[in-house]
Design a protein around this ligand. Structure first.
Ligand SMILES: Cc1ncc(COP(=O)(O)O)c(C=O)c1O
Length: 313
């Protein structure tokens, strides 16, 4: 049994089994697509599904499309509305992962971005934890380096770029670790295979800057805001050396999939004293409240899915 029943495909919501592409599709052959990963959280008390940071994800998708010369006939507002329509049709009452995907749909030979057709789809699935490990992750610095902005821009979510993530992730897991840390070509810390990084040193949060070949993470921005506005912490964006991770008091990943997840060991060295740290714990609680629409100050980050439908009844 499939977990989802529909997809938005070729301009309409269709049964998932009808949302199919040809083996000749350009994006399948050359990796010429870009996508988003969006989460929606089920709040049982409110009886409501809330999509987290919906607009920010579609704003980033359209920026990714611009780099890849994909022209979508939709505004951010229209993309948000279509997503809500799809979720209502599915009638999910659980946490959900939403996957919008824009791609080169041309069927034929020829590596290029210009003068070929584009297409767009959205599908969504019930989804729990991305990495099941509440006691904290053991990570390793990868032997793979992060793709460079002048080769495949990491700031956009290009499908083909995830070869780099997959190489690093499989290497780490097959060597017995939970996740990889990937360095830039010049040896600075970039990010995890699908998550941004924060460390805590002397009560200050540090995270690699936007020119360290990271994805411009939405959760990274959310965490920075929560840390500064709610906890009064300083957040410094700068290049980080690999050994600063070894010297950190705390370290954690953030991303839509991984949410906020602590790292307790890197390259066989404990982070701090090897236990989950106090700053992480506070950020985790704030993140949970923000994503589940129980923090009144962050209510605008959460878009209700069923509210409109219920009001019309
Ligand atoms: C490579 C990479 N970095 C960082 C992130 C975190 O980004 P966001 O918080 O926007 O989900 C992701 C998640 O999709 C990712 O794939």
């Amino acid at each position: 049994m499939t977990l989802n029943r529909y997809a938005f495909f070729n301009g309409e919501i269709v049964p998932i089994e009808n949302a199919k592409v040809s083996v000749m599709t350009h994006a399948l052959n050359y990796g010429t697509g870009c996508f988003e990963g969006i989460r929606a959280y089920w709040n049982n008390d409110a009886g409501e599904l809330y999509v987290f940071q919906l607009r920010a994800h579609y704003e980033r998708l359209l920026r990714s499309c611009k780099v890849l010369q994909i022209v979508l006939p939709y505004t951010v507002d229209a993309l948000c509305e279509t997503t809500l329509e799809l979720l209502r049709r599915e009638n999910f009452q659980s946490d959900v992962y939403i996957r919008p995907l824009a791609y080169k749909s041309f069927e034929g030979i020829g590596v290029r971005l210009h003068d070929i057709s584009d297409a767009f789809t959205i599908w969504a699935l019930p989804f729990g934890k991305y990495i099941e490990k509440s006691e904290g992750l053991r990570v390793a610095t990868s032997s793979w380096r992060r793709i460079d902005d002048n080769a495949i821009p990491a700031r956009i979510k290009a499908t083909g770029a995830y070869i780099n993530s997959a190489l690093a992730k499989s290497e780490a897991m097959q060597n017995g670790y939970d996740e990889a840390i990937v360095l830039t070509q010049d040896g600075h810390v970039s990010e995890g295979s699908a998550e941004n990084i924060f460390i805590v040193r002397n009560g200050v949060l540090h995270t690699p800057g936007l020119t360290d070949n990271i994805l411009e993470g939405i959760t990274r921005h959310v965490v920075s805001q929560l840390a500064t506005e709610e906890l009064g912490l300083t957040v410094v964006e700068r290049s980080l050396d690999r050994t600063e991770l070894y010297a950190a008091d705390e370290m954690f990943f953030c991303g839509t999939g991984v949410e906020v997840t602590p790292v307790v060991e890197i390259d066989r060295r404990p982070i701090g004293d090897g236990a989950i740290g106090p700053i992480f714990t506070q950020i985790k609680d704030l993140y949970y409240a923000a994503t589940h629409a129980t923090d009144p100050k962050r209510r605008e980050w959460c878009t209700p899915v069923y509210e409109v439908v219920a009001a019309e009844r």
